[in-house]
Write a protein that binds this ligand. Sequence first.
Ligand code: IFM
Length: 457
Amino acid sequence: MSNQADRFLWGTATAALQIEGASHDDGRGDSSWDVFARQEGNTYRGDTADIACDHYHRWEQDLELLNALGVGAYRFSVSWPRVMPSGRGVVNGPGLDFYDRLVDGLCARGIVPMVTLMHSDLPQALELAGGWAKRETALAFAEYASVVHRRLADRVDLWLTVNEPWVMAWQGYGYGRHAPGLQDPRQAVAALHHMLLGHGLAVRAMRADGSESSFGVAANVNPVRPISQRSADVAAARRWDGHVHRSVLDPLFGRPLSDDLVSHYRAVSDFEHVRPGDAETIAGSSDFLGINYYRPEYVGAGGDAGDRVTKTELIVPEGVATTGMGWPIDPAGLTETLQRIHAECPGVPLFVTENGTACYDYPDPSGLINDVERVDFLRSHVAAALAAREHGVDLRGYFAWSLLDNFEWAEGYAQRFGLTYVDFRTQARLPKRSFHWYRDEIARRSVRTGSAAAASP
Ligand code: IFM
């Protein structure tokens, strides 16, 4: 990996669709999520990403927030439909210029940029042609990736191709909770394959450009726990783990899909979308891996209400503390996850590319946001990440999700993940108590530009 990636990076993360707004400015095309959110019933109270945090116009103010936070790195995503409104072919100059300015602004402040190329906002023109269920989308992704890389690679070393491919494939094409809202497991299996293929093709294209860049995927990884030691529940947990994690990590790191997984997917897919050579394109294409960690999942053998593909059911055990999203809070699960991936993918540097919590935040009469739950969450999870590092995991950085409250997909603006409170009526930014805690924590560890030694507890 490149020099920048060798240092421990404390950062924060966002995604284009969740913060930028300006959905029709300067030639941007619609993404599948813009269209999905505008359809009744798909998001909380019909919230859309049309304005979001208006970051497209307020980016300099947001860079000042990063500066005040003292982060060494910032992970953001590029909006494909802003750069290529139809997904392929014509490049939208003003769209690409925006990211050029953003990267310049980060570099001027001594903040290392980490770029994600695809964070759920597929150009709608490609979605209408079949989206990720079609192979052509993987080819188009490689073209788009190369366009962005050629423009920014002189200043950006760290590149994430796709964010949470399992979530995009299954929540989008399999379970219908995210764009494009399909409930078709067959398409979900194909979509996941094409996202991984798109990653491999994009990395190949970007490597051909010649640069110091390092490439990875940001994968959602949770510890999967059976709800009991009954053999049916233990087997269900293994199936769910295969479905959510091994389906992504095995192809990426050159392992064939395990038999148990293939037999479940065979019930819904003929695998005709897989071509000779795909496995080789996908394998060996990652210089590092991003881990998005939020919670453990408790799994039991499913009844009718559960997942039809894997015959499993997700259950939150009684008495377990949860976040605003209803997700169990478990910092030890982060240490466990990092150690697991380190063992399964030896020699692969890791980043925690997302970690955070949704709380019911509100400003008190004096304008202070006293989000003590988030401070507790971050404190315990930072310690958990560093514990993994002490146990030998090659962890290179930690990115808190998120810099700003933002558009939380189907939850709209109801769930706030930010270190900074956003008043969505006025677009005022109010740093929360957790912002100040994280700032002090970073300063205490003296890693503004990432000295690895400073990551001591
Ligand atoms: O907001 C999302 C992000 O876009 C992807 N990872 C999970 C976050 C919280 O749900």
